[in-house]
Ligand binder design. Structure first.
Ligand SMILES: CC(C)(COP(=O)(O)OP(=O)(O)OC[C@H]1O[C@@H](n2cnc3c(N)ncnc32)[C@H](O)[C@@H]1OP(=O)(O)O)[C@@H](O)C(=O)NCCC(=O)NCCS
Length: 200
């Protein structure tokens, strides 16, 4: 496993750090509950996700120094540090928004030495494209190459028992594929069904 030392950047009144020991899990859980994508993410899942990710905590540093810090933001990067990274859970506390902190946090993420050299960096967003565009992100150029599995919380829980559930994989692929690929894909769709009997 790659051991990466903590990365830190400062600006007046705030600092960003990847030191996992500084992360305030309860505060992050409370922040994410206000998001549109992780409203119902249980605390245990938040903890586990942070343990296995490169987390950029954003802190307001009060006059008492580091110990008096307050967690006011987060950006989480899921990565193998070699080939791929996925940016998610970008969040700034509502009272701290509109002061350039989101941009600064993104600048910190993009300047991390282990992420700068990766060839593939992805994210998904509902409405914050303008922020990410400023850091070089663009819409996926070949969406038909991408596939996904989306499970409801109930399906994910049931999958713990080892049973393969019906997935939206093929539907998602069909939705985004071009007519030509869709024709070619009729073969791959049926072979996927053969390989995954749970698919319909
Ligand atoms: C999006 C968010 C991280 C931006 O943080 P912030 O500190 O308020 O942003 P900044 O003051 O640094 O502004 C950065 C840029 O982001 C853009 N931006 C800010 N909020 C935005 C929003 N809600 N939607 C779209 N773009 C937004 C602005 O265009 C701004 O660029 P500009 O200065 O060139 O106009 C913050 O508003 C937030 O936490 N929102 C809720 C969670 C969220 O939507 N996260 C992103 C999920 S993909």
């Amino acid at each position: 496993m790659t051991r990466i030392g903590p990365f830190e950047k400062r600006r007046k009144g705030y600092f960003v750090s990847t030191n996992t020991r500084l992360l305030d899990t309860n505060a992050i859980h409370a922040l994410l509950r206000q998001s549109y994508w992780a409203k119902r993410r249980p605390l245990g899942v938040v903890r586990k996700s942070m343990r296995h990710s490169l987390c950029f905590g954003l802190y307001r540093s009060n006059s008492g120094g580091r110990s008096a810090r307050r967690q006011v933001g987060l950006a989480r990067v899921i990565t193998d540090y070699a080939t791929f990274a996925y940016l998610c859970d970008v969040f700034i506390e509502p009272t701290e928004r509109g002061r350039g902190l989101g941009k600064w946090l993104m600048g910190c993420v993009m300047s991390h030495p282990e992420l700068r050299r990766l060839r593939h960096f992805c994210l998904t967003t509902r409405d914050t494209h303008e922020l990410y565009k400023q850091f070089g992100f663009a819409a996926i150029s070949k969406p038909w190459k991408w596939m996904e599995i989306v499970r409801t919380p109930r399906q994910a829980r049931r999958n713990n028992s080892g049973r393969l559930q019906k997935e939206r994989t093929i539907n998602t692929w069909l939705k985004h594929s071009r007519p030509r690929d869709r024709r070619l894909g009729s073969d791959s769709a049926s072979s996927s069904r053969a390989a995954f009997p749970g698919l319909s």
